[in-house]
Design a protein around this ligand. Structure first.
Ligand code: NIG
Ligand code: FE
Length: 412
């Protein structure tokens, strides 16, 4: 199957990730371009007058619009039940995220809702969120567990993630975040809880059934300390789960350095990152993932993204979509926040949500890029250039979404 996209006004040739520092804004832009797709891969990119194959099976007119790689949302908690707008209002009135968590709300509030929902209900509540992410241009989405907080409920969540992945054309990466917080039945016994959710038979099952590719831990006051986080991630890694970490979100715990020591795929949040952690990230393959939607939502200081890029780091951005700290499903909205709150250029934002986000999922060698030979995941946008996407906040210009060479959404 050969598909030609012609009449492209601006083709954004994002290189394969990780894309570091300055290179994030020096992305080649091709005017009057065309792309040829063969089966699942990008076969040719170039000038619209130089197309090598004049008889494709399908020809798509981009109507002078912009073509970019499909977006990769590398950090979400989108499988959850219920809703927490009551806490949202309490936070507006002055309560802090950590106060609500320590008073038994927050993640534990969502835990109660998830435990009360059967698999079909959880699936039915989660599916529309994934559909809306696709509408906004996400072709690959990572999804974490972490509201079950017991072996049985975490497995239930993993099965729902697997079912979403079977039903949706969006590619899903699953993350086992049993170490999200301590459930009430283990109050004051965090170490015992870690033992329960890293029991060998349980992890062997998750690993061999490929229910998850990554393991994640929330290192913070009200959740786990760095040594507990290390133990959790090391045990998960023995069963093939690649480490990730929620680090330095509310306080600087040192979790980022621990993540680097373990060879983690990413260290996420980083609002309170210190110089030592930034230095550790510089010499590592661990991708820093910044979540400005969280700062927007919690009215707190954002991570020093500009400083990270100037230091040559391959920064990624993600939604962190979850019911507590960031009820945002749109990755393009996060790109706009990257521009206004983090002072990133639109191209830096795009690279952060494509090539570098793919690298945060260890998929940078296959997707997140506009490169011949790579997977044909791409978006046709109804705007003349990529800057407009970030500039026109909240307007959705996605016209067509192509995943593995196939049109999976047509809004044209
Ligand atoms: O990334 N901080 C920990 N986990 C999520 C929030 C989860 C929740 O509040 O439901 C986050 O911000
Ligand atoms: Fe998160």
């Amino acid at each position: 199957m050969k598909t030609l996209i012609h009449n492209i006004g601006q083709l954004v040739a994002v290189p394969p990730g990780p894309v570091r520092g300055r290179a994030m804004r020096d992305v080649p832009l091709l005017a009057d371009a065309a792309v040829l797709i063969e089966d699942e891969r990008i076969a040719w990119i170039g000038d619209r007058d130089a197309v090598p194959d004049r008889s494709p099976d399908l020809a798509i007119d981009a109507r002078a619009g912009t073509v970019v790689p499909g977006l990769v949302d590398c950090h979400t908690h989108l499988v959850f039940a219920g809703s927490r707008e009551d806490e949202f209002v309490r936070k507006i009135e002055g309560a802090s995220y950590i106060e609500i968590l320590e008073a038994g709300g927050g993640i534990r509030n969502s835990m109660r809702s998830l435990r009360a929902a059967d698999e079909a209900t959880l699936l039915a509540q989660s599916r529309p969120r994934l559909d809306r992410m696709l509408e906004c241009g996400a072709t690959t989405v990572e999804i974490k567990t972490g509201y079950g907080l017991s072996p049985a409920e975490e497995l239930k969540t993993l099965r729902v993630i697997r079912q979403l992945s079977a039903e949706s054309p969006v590619e899903i990466a699953a993350t086992y975040l049993a170490a999200h917080t301590i459930p009430p039945e283990y109050e004051g016994r965090a170490d015992d809880y870690i033992d329960a959710v890293t029991e060998d038979g349980l992890l062997a099952r998750i690993g061999t059934e490929r229910l998850a590719s990554f393991a994640d831990v929330f290192c913070e006051r009200g959740a786990f300390d760095v040594e507990q986080g290390r133990r959790y991630l090391e045990r998960c890694a023995r069963h093939g789960l690649v480490p990730k970490v929620h680090s330095e979100q509310i306080t600087c715990t040192g979790a980022t350095r621990m993540a680097v020591e373990l060879g983690a795929a990413s260290a996420d949040h980083l609002e309170f990152v210190d110089d030592a952690a930034l230095a550790a990230l510089s010499d590592s393959g661990t991708i820093p993932v910044v979540l400005p939607g969280c700062s927007f939502f919690l009215h707190s200081a954002p991570a020093p993204a500009r400083r990270m890029i100037e230091a040559g780091l391959p920064l990624a951005l993600a939604t962190d979509c979850n019911p507590g700290s960031c009820m945002i499903e749109s990755l393009p909205l996060i790109m706009s926040m990257g521009a206004t709150m983090l002072r990133m250029t639109p191209l830096e934002c795009l690279v952060a949500c494509t090539a570098n986000a793919a690298s945060a999922l260890r998929m940078g060698d296959r997707l997140g890029t506009m490169t011949v030979g790579y997977q044909a995941d791409l978006l046709i946008l109804d705007i003349p250039n990529v800057n407009q996407w970030v500039y026109r906040v909240g307007v959705n210009p996605v016209s067509r979404v192509i995943k593995r060479g196939r049109v999976i959404l047509d809004r044209s």
